[in-house]
Design a binder for this molecule. Structure first.
Ligand code: FES
Length: 153
């Protein structure tokens, strides 16, 4: 005949195993939740470059004269400018100095990089500050209600 302690031990075996499984899976989940973001940072997911050469950057009439709009062109930003005389210009919004995003300055009538005060004209030419090269220039066509920006081949 088993002693009362032996009976209690046998009865508690499945419970103890269940608690160990719960604790073990909780620990594993905690370790995974710490490691996953670190691994995603070290090995970032591959971002497919857009294969499209054209994008609708704005609707016709959306931009007033002497304004600009940053739009998404693939995985990088582009800048659509409607000049003082109403002409559309589009350039890459990635500064050629250290890759900050440029913007249109209505007061200067130029494209400005806030990071190090770089300036480009509306044609994308670097005119002052540290940018070493002009911005990549895109073609702009108004097609019906859309302002379409196209990258050269
Ligand atoms: S990153 Fe644009 S001026 Fe430096």
């Amino acid at each position: 005949m088993p002693t009362p302690d032996a009976t209690t031990d046998k009865a508690s075996q499945p419970t103890r195993r269940w608690v160990n499984v719960l604790l073990g899976s909780g620990l594993a989940a905690s370790v995974a939740s710490f490691l996953y973001p670190a691994l995603r940072y070290i090995i970032p997911p591959a971002v497919a470059e857009s294969t499209s050469r054209s994008v609708v950057a704005a609707k016709a009439g959306e931009l007033k004269n002497n304004t600009g709009k940053v739009f998404k062109f693939g995985s990088k930003p582009g800048l659509l400018v409607r000049t003082v005389d109403g002409t559309y210009r589009a350039v890459s919004a990635v500064c050629t100095h250290l890759n900050c995003t440029v913007q249109y300055r209505e007061d200067l009538h130029q494209i400005w990089c806030a990071c190090h005060n770089g300036l480009y004209d509306v044609e994308g030419r670097n005119v002052s500050g540290p940018p070493p090269r002009p911005l990549e220039v895109f073609e702009v066509h108004v097609q019906g209600e859309d302002v379409v920006v196209t990258r050269s081949a």
